[in-house]
Design a protein around this ligand. Structure first.
Ligand code: UD1
Length: 427
């Protein structure tokens, strides 16, 4: 097993290049199943979620050609299976996109319920409602989702709650359905817009992505295309917060500043300076942080996936800050770890109260999930002394080369082998 060791206190300075977006690529790779020939996908991040998804596509019969570290070609011509086992899906929340993609391709899908990060209950009722309205029968048996349609037909689907996953899954299933599908109260997140652009490049007819009404005119066939994955909004936000938190001065390159407006606004409110320079942002940390309140919301609101990282700054900001989680019902598990480092936080349901402390101190902690792990990295960077982070497989799911990138910015961070006594005890 490996853990991460950070000796805190170094300011992050210099430049960092942002990779392709995890949450876009995990939708776009399954979407390639809908083409009859080769899709070339560029700017793919090198993270474990991508390796898992490529392995699943290969198991279904797709031919995968690795062109280089960030480019793959996927030939879906010979895909002949619509079954994805639990072994394959247990690591990956986004495996639910295989249901929409296989339903769109074959009119049937049998996919094990997804794994991934645990933020409390993560229902997929809206995905199922969408598939049913398109004419599919859906049932769940032995933790497998079975979806089957004689013929998928366009329909009007209103999302009771804004859901990124359900919006994307309905697009995948509807793109080849007969007639018009209208998704109301659709998610406006960058990954939803990005998937629509990819499908349109394959010959689909999707309009309105990025607004709350998406219209999909079904087409008979989709063809291969070349597509470059958009920059990762959350990876960029994480480095922005890390640069500010360490009172550093770093330029975050290859970003779409528009996607980062909510994060920029909160960093500025806390006292940081953020300067836009085309497709880069320069972030300079203040001498001391001001308190600020955060409420997470669907895009363009403050992203829930940046809540734990931003909370690290609030834990050392002057005064009392309130964080209200508006998307997930259990996204404060990382608070226990931050408290071990000296943070003063009270959680009541979906609200957390941060009473700023002068400093955090290094401690052994763990990554409870992907973004909680990112928060632990930032906490370790600013803490006095040494922080050791376990369960780093969560961080590996979504951040490409983060040790190398942080080191290049001046962090004192490395991976270390250790023997996991929890495994020994259970052996
Ligand atoms: C995606 C992101 C995840 C992010 C989340 C919210 C990916 C791969 N993951 O997750 O990182 O935290 O958006 O921005 O892009 N809901 C229902 N029924 C459903 C589906 C969702 O009630 O069928 C609820 C959820 O419980 C949650 C809210 O809707 O409260 C938002 O969930 P959703 O947008 O679907 O999240 P994911 O797509 O799973």
């Amino acid at each position: 097993m490996e853990k991460i060791v950070i000796r805190g206190g170094n300011r992050l300075t210099g430049e960092v290049e942002i990779s392709g977006a995890k949450n876009a690529v995990v939708a776009i790779l399954p979407a390639a199943l809908l083409a009859q020939d080769v899709c070339r996908i560029e700017n793919i991040p090198c993270i474990s979620d991508v390796s898992c998804m490529l392995e699943i596509l290969e198991s279904l019969g797709a031919e995968i050609r690795r062109i280089n570290k960030h480019t793959v070609e996927i030939n879906s011509k010979y895909v002949n299976s619509y079954v994805v086992s639990h072994e394959m899906t247990k690591q990956l929340r986004a495996s639910y996109y295989l249901i929409g993609a296989l339903l769109g391709r074959f009119g049937k899908a049998k996919v094990a319920l997804p794994g991934g990060c645990n933020f409390g209950v993560r229902p997929i009722d809206l995905h199922i409602k969408g598939f049913e309205l398109l004419g599919s029968e859906v049932n769940v048996e032995n933790a497998m989702i079975n979806a089957k349609a004689d013929k998928l037909t366009g329909s009007s689907i209103y999302m009771d709650q804004v859901s990124v996953g359900a919006t994307i899954n309905v697009m995948l299933a509807a793109v080849k359905a007969r007639g018009l599908t209208i998704i109301g109260n659709a998610a406006k997140e960058p990954q939803s817009v990005s998937l629509a652009s990819f499908l349109n490049a394959m010959g689909a007819d999707i309009r309105g992505a990025g607004t709350d009404v998406i219209k999909i005119h079904g087409v008979n066939e989709l063809h291969g295309c070349t597509y470059s994955i958009i920059p990762d909004q959350i990876e960029a936000g994480t480095y922005m917060v890390a640069a500010a938190a360490t009172k550093g001065d770093a330029t975050i390159r290859n970003v779409i500043p528009k996607h980062l407006e909510a994060i920029t606004a909160k960093l500025v409110e806390c006292g940081a300076t953020v300067t836009e320079m085309g497709d880069a942002l320069r972030v300079t940390g203040p001498k001391s942080f001001k308190k600020c309140n955060i409420k997470t919301m669907p895009h363009p609101g403050f992203p829930t996936d940046m809540q734990p990282q931003m909370a690290v700054i609030l834990s050392v900001a002057q005064g009392t800050s309130l964080v209200s989680e508006g998307v997930w019902d259990n996204r404060f598990r990382y608070v226990e770890q931050l408290t071990r480092m000296g943070a003063n936080v009270i959680v009541d349901g979906t609200v957390a109260v941060f009473q700023g402390v002068p400093e955090l101190t290094g401690a052994p902690v763990k990554a409870d999930d992907l973004r909680a792990g990112a928060a632990m990295l930032i906490a370790g960077l600013i803490a006095r002394g040494t922080t050791e982070i376990e369960d780093i497989q969560f961080i590996d799911r979504g951040y490409e080369d983060y040790i190398e990138k942080l080191r290049a910015l001046g962090a004192d961070i490395y991976r270390k082998e250790f023997e996991d006594v929890r495994i020994m005890k259970n052996a």
